[in-house]
Design a protein around this ligand. Sequence first.
Ligand SMILES: Nc1ncnc2c1ncn2[C@@H]1O[C@H](COP(=O)(O)OP(=O)(O)OP(=O)(O)O)[C@@H](O)[C@H]1O
Ligand SMILES: [Mg+2]
Length: 248
Amino acid sequence: MAAVAPLLRTRELSKRFDGVVAVDSVDFSLARNEIRAVIGPNGAGKTTLVSLICGRHTPSSGQITFEGQDITRLKPWTRATNGIVYTFQVTSIYKTLSCYENVALAVQKAIVRNPWSRLFGSESKISEGVWTALDEAGFSGMSDRIAGELSYGHQRMLEVAMTLSLHPKLLILDEPTQGLAQAEIDDLCTRVRRIAEKVTVLIIEHNMPVVLDLAETITVMDNGQIIAEGSPYEIENNPLVQEAYLGH
Ligand SMILES: Nc1ncnc2c1ncn2[C@@H]1O[C@H](COP(=O)(O)OP(=O)(O)OP(=O)(O)O)[C@@H](O)[C@H]1O
Ligand SMILES: [Mg+2]
């Protein structure tokens, strides 16, 4: 039987910043519909890896394919309309606008950047897309709430709702639980699990209970390289992983 093609694959992907090799010849692949966690000590290269995947950084060498297409040189907004979206901080929400308006603006921005994207359509079609994204992120009853008045946890989830309106196939979350209270973390995990029924999720996370709760497979980075990959049990018992954490 032929192997199922991965959704995303990187081959010998590297990124150098002056003297630092932040990502060092990384071969990484992601299957459709999985929740994958990427962990590793500070400075391991996790954010740089996902920045290369979403197009925020251009690689020094190597290749990235998404659904079998070479996307290595595509601009970030083209990748976003192809289905790769990335949330990393709250700064992109408009604090004086409502949740509905924030998501509607995200859709509008995507259309302006790429008028031929599959988001293009009548106003009612756009509004339908906004409501679907709000619902998927668990905001149906909060659409009129002003973003700046939401808890920090909800502000982060609102950003996820904004990215969901772009109909992603791959949602990348970089440390989504940072700065959240425990109740907000539990809520975020529930929402992410629900989103993952339809969307592949790649999550960078330092909070191990969250990683173990969400991910079936964990990838561990250290010094720009993948040093281990496996089930939570395999990773917890891997001596290389223990050494990487203890060494820092
Ligand atoms: N824009 C940049 N310019 C120069 N060096 C950078 C840049 N971005 C990252 N680096 C360096 O690349 C290495 C990897 O950084 P990266 O942010 O990818 O790590 P990380 O695993 O996400 O760490 P953390 O867990 O602290 O977020 C670090 O040595 C960092 O200082
Ligand atoms: Mg980081």
